[in-house]
Design a protein around this ligand. Structure first.
Ligand code: BGC
Length: 422
């Protein structure tokens, strides 16, 4: 069954993961340090910066009508206070090409990476970042806002707390038994880790070896609140210059599948992942839902993936209906538009992706039928791309990319997704 008229159906990417040669960004610095923990450096990525037309053509051919991509701050403002008009023109071309092909661009202003200079200035814990980021956002929407409708300020500003929880497990494995609320200090770290942090700090010209704060660093309560504050400031500034734009942010959210007696634990997790942000985001025009799997929650908290369950290349449980679970839960607390801005899986078996899309789409259509305000569904990702620390070995794409030649190969799943287009 096709989606109803007006529904946005498409795919998503992020600049650093597909464009290539993002040389003025913080990740470029970290990926290229000797002994870096990255599996691969991003390098040329998918060369999407030059090949975006070919990639948009595939979406058009499949019948998709929306494309979420991000504008790279490190390109627009490669040095503090120096804005590059030629890069604005590049993104104007991308936006125009989408529009010419009747593909709605859904624009993210910050997806993971920041200019290197921002990190040297204290990064995502420094008060100055509020002003720098807001200035960049206003600069972009003043020049390109005429080609946009939906703008996401920050991608997954709620991820920091989730990263912290993951890191706690890593520290435990390293034999560092940190109590809740206890801060990690340099002397607790193994020498190798210290060496790496020192090299990073030197590369950014930061004195404190624990002072490199990228957007995707783990967060504590204070930095979590700070990112929300950055979002709010940027949203309000964008609204002042372009009140016609729909402004929101995207969030990483699990479907909390609650076992008998797990209700209290689930509410606690939901509060950490979502509802404590509500006082600010209730005024957003939309929320971007990004979901990849479910979490089973019992009276004792989150359970591991059930024995024997199918898992994706990321180790997540294969559970296509989880996206609908998040939509239903969110709709109880939030009454603006809900936009699925990322949902998908990494696999080399495209038939599993086809089934995933069929089931996920069906579950979203059920939400629409129930009258929930879901306005779009964007699969992650359009291309097999740079999956951060994991490099190029995880394959999320609807389109394969030959790492030697950059040749594109559309997969069956691309046509499958397109078959639901309104
Ligand atoms: C991020 C993407 C990432 C994807 C798959 C999302 O949380 O926004 O950048 O590639 O997950 O791991």
């Amino acid at each position: 069954m096709k989606f109803q008229k007006g529904f946005y159906l498409g795919a998503a990417t992020a600049a650093h993961q597909v464009e290539g040669n993002n040389t003025n960004s913080d990740y470029w610095v970290m990926e290229n340090l000797p002994g870096s923990a990255f599996t691969d450096p991003s390098g040329i990525a998918c060369d999407h910066y030059r090949r975006y037309k070919e990639d948009i053509d595939y979406m058009k051919k499949a019948g998709l009508n929306a494309y979420r991509f991000s504008i790279e701050w490190a390109r627009i403002e490669p040095e503090k206070g120096r804005f590059d008009e030629a890069q604005v023109e590049h993104y104007r071309d991308v936006l125009t090409y989408c529009r010419e092909n009747r593909i709605e661009p859904i624009v993210t202003l910050l997806h993971g990476t920041s200019p290197k200079w921002l990190i040297s200035e204290g990064g995502w814990k420094a008060e100055g970042t509020v002003e720098y980021f807001t200035r960049y956002c206003v600069y972009v929407v003043e020049r390109l806002g005429d080609l946009m409708h939906y703008v996401c300020t920050l991608n997954e500003y709620n991820m920091g707390l989730q990263m912290e929880a993951i890191m706690q497990k890593v520290y435990k494995k390293m034999g560092l038994n940190l109590q809740v609320g206890m801060k990690l200090t340099t002397d607790m770290l193994p020498d190798e880790k210290k060496k790496m942090l020192r090299a990073q700090a030197e590369a950014f010209g930061v004195e404190d070896i624990m002072g490199v704060h990228t957007f995707m660093s783990q967060a504590d309560e204070e930095s979590d609140a700070f990112l929300l504050h950055v979002h709010e400031a940027a949203r309000n500034a964008i609204k002042t210059v372009r009140p016609d734009l729909k402004v929101g942010a995207t969030m990483s959210l699990h479907f909390l599948d609650v076992l008998p007696g797990g209700g209290e634990q689930a509410e606690k997790i939901w509060k950490d992942e979502f509802s404590h942000y509500l006082p600010v985001i209730k005024d957003d025009d939309f929320i971007g839902v990004q979901n990849y799997t479910r979490s089973i929650v019992g009276p004792d908290g989150e359970r591991p993936v059930p024995d024997g369950a199918e898992v994706t290349q990321m180790g997540y449980e294969y559970y296509p209906e989880s996206v609908a679970g998040v939509i239903r839960r969110m709709a109880k607390d939030y009454h603006g538009e809900i936009f699925v801005t990322e949902n998908g899986l990494a696999t080399d078996d495209d038939s599993r992706r086809v089934e995933f899309i069929q089931r996920a789409v069906k579950s979203v259509q059920e939400c629409v039928e129930e009258g929930l305000p879901v306005v779009g569904y964007l699969y992650w990702s359009l291309l097999d791309n740079f999956e951060w620390q994991s490099g190029y070995c995880k394959h999320f794409g609807l389109i394969g990319v030959n790492r030697e030649t950059m040749e594109r190969t559309p997969k069956e799943s691309l046509w499958c997704l397109g078959s639901y287009a309104p």
